[in-house]
Design a protein around this ligand. Structure first.
Ligand SMILES: [Zn+2]
Length: 353
C-alpha cells in the first residue's frame, strides 16, 4: 500500500473536519451500586471513543458528591440526571464534583452541575492551569509537530481532519487538591494521589476503608492510556506516567474503579502487564535506533501496536505517532537517545556518537 492509500484510509468521511461525530448508539453499562453508598454511573459521550465515562457517586447525608462528571453535552447531562434520580437524588442536590483531570470527558459537565446545584468543583493545580492552554487553537502546532516527526503530508492531512475536541466554557475549580489532600466529603475518607502522566495534574483517589482506588484515566483494565505530546513545560509525560504507575504498587487496593471500561481486581497484575508493554516498546525503539530508523515516523513503524501501523486509522494512528514521540522523549530524559532537531527530526542512540 502506498502512503497515499494509507492517507485515504485514515479518516472515514463521516469524521472529516466540520462534520458532526457519529451518533450511532453504543452500549453503556447500567448504573451499579459498587459498595454501600457508592455508585458507578456510566454516562454516554458524544464521541466515538471512549463510549462512556463512569461517574462515581458518593452518597452523604448532605447530598451526593461526584468523582468526574462527563462531557458537556445534553445527552450526557440527561443520563447523569436520570442516574441520580434512580439513586433517589438529583443534580440540584450535588454538593461537590471532584474531577480527576481536565479532559472534556471528565471535566466537561462539572461547570453545568455546579451551576445547577451550587456544588464546589476541584482539580489539581496543574490541570487547572491546563484549562487556559486548551482554549488556544492547536491545529497549526499539531501540524508542525507531525512535520517534524517526518509524518508524510497526506497522512498529516488525514490526521488533522480526524475530528477535533471542542472545549468551551471551561469551568475553573473552586478547590485545588494536591497530593495527599483529603477532599471534604462527609463520612468518606478519600486521599488524593497525584499521578501525573496522562495529564500533568491527574489525580487518583484512594479510599482505604473499602480498599478502593478510583483511578480516573491513570490505569484502565484493557487500554494503555496515552500521554500528551512532550513539550518544554512537560518534557517527559510518559516517564511521569510510568513513575505514577509504579507508585501504585505499594497501595493496599482490593478493587480499582476506573473512569472507563470496567472495575477490576488484581491491580498488581495490571501494573505488571503495563510495565511489560511499555518496557517492550521502549526496547523496540532502541532496537530501531540501533538499526536504521531515525525519524519518529520511521520509528513508529518499529513498535508493536495492537495492529500493524499500516492497518491503523484515525485516532489509533495518531495515538501511535504521539506515543512514539512520548517514548522517544522518555529515552532522551534517561540519556539513552538524542535528537538532532531538523525537518524532520532525526534520533540516534546517545552512545552512538
Ligand atoms: Zn477519559
Amino acid at each position: 500500500m502506498t502512503m497515499s492509500d494509507l492517507g485515504r484510509r485514515l479518516a472515514p468521511p463521516a469524521q472529516r473536519r466540520g462534520e458532526p461525530p457519529s451518533t450511532r448508539p453504543r452500549p453503556v453499562p447500567p448504573l451499579e451500586q459498587v459498595r454501600p453508598g457508592l455508585w458507578s454511573l456510566p454516562v454516554p459521550l458524544p464521541v466515538a471513543r471512549p463510549a462512556y465515562t463512569i461517574v462515581h457517586v458518593l452518597e452523604t447525608p448532605a447530598g451526593p458528591y461526584l468523582i468526574d462528571a462527563g462531557w458537556d453535552d445534553d445527552g450526557t447531562f440527561e443520563a447523569l440526571s436520570a442516574g441520580l434520580a434512580a439513586i433517589g437524588t438529583s443534580v440540584a442536590e450535588v454538593r461537590g464534583v471532584i474531577v480527576t483531570h481536565a479532559h472534556p470527558d471528565h471535566h466537561g459537565l462539572a461547570g453545568r452541575v455546579r451551576a445547577a446545584s451550587g456544588a464546589w468543583m476541584s482539580l489539581h493545580p496543574l490541570d487547572a492551569a491546563l484549562l487556559d492552554r486548551m482554549e488556544e487553537g492547536s491545529e497549526d502546532r499539531l501540524a508542525a509537530t507531525l512535520a517534524r516527526a517526518g509524518v508524510p503530508a497526506d497522512v498529516t492531512e488525514a490526521l488533522l481532519g480526524g475530528g477535533q475536541l471542542v472545549f468551551r466554557d471551561l469551568a475553573r475549580p473552586d478547590v485545588l487538591l494536591e497530593d495527599g489532600d483529603r477532599p471534604d466529603v462527609p463520612g468518606w475518607d478519600l486521599r488524593a494521589l497525584w499521578t501525573p502522566g496522562h495529564s500533568p495534574g491527574h489525580l487518583c483517589f484512594w479510599e482505604p476503608a473499602n480498599r478502593l482506588l478510583l483511578s480516573g484515566d491513570h490505569v484502565l483494565p484493557v487500554t494503555a492510556v496515552g500521554t500528551p505530546l512532550p513539550s518544554e513545560d512537560n518534557p517527559d509525560p510518559l516517564g511521569d506516567h510510568l513513575r505514577s504507575l509504579a507508585r501504585l504498587r505499594d497501595l493496599d487496593v482490593a478493587e480499582v474503579l476506573p473512569a472507563h471500561e470496567h472495575r477490576f481486581t488484581a491491580l498488581e497484575h495490571r501494573l505488571a502487564e503495563l510495565d511489560a508493554l511499555h518496557g517492550g516498546r521502549l526496547a523496540e525503539l532502541v532496537a530501531g535506533l540501533r538499526a536504521d530508523a531515525s525519524t519518529p515516523w520511521e520509528l513508529t513503524d518499529r513498535v508493536t501496536w495492537r495492529r500493524p501501523l499500516r492497518e491503523l486509522t484515525g485516532v489509533a494512528l495518531r495515538t501511535a505517532v504521539f506515543d512514539t514521540l512520548a517514548y522517544l522523549a522518555c529515552l532522551a530524559a534517561n540519556g539513552v537517545a538524542k535528537v538532532d532537531a531538523g525537518s524532520p527530526d532525526r534520533w540516534r542512540l546517545a552512545d552512538a556518537g
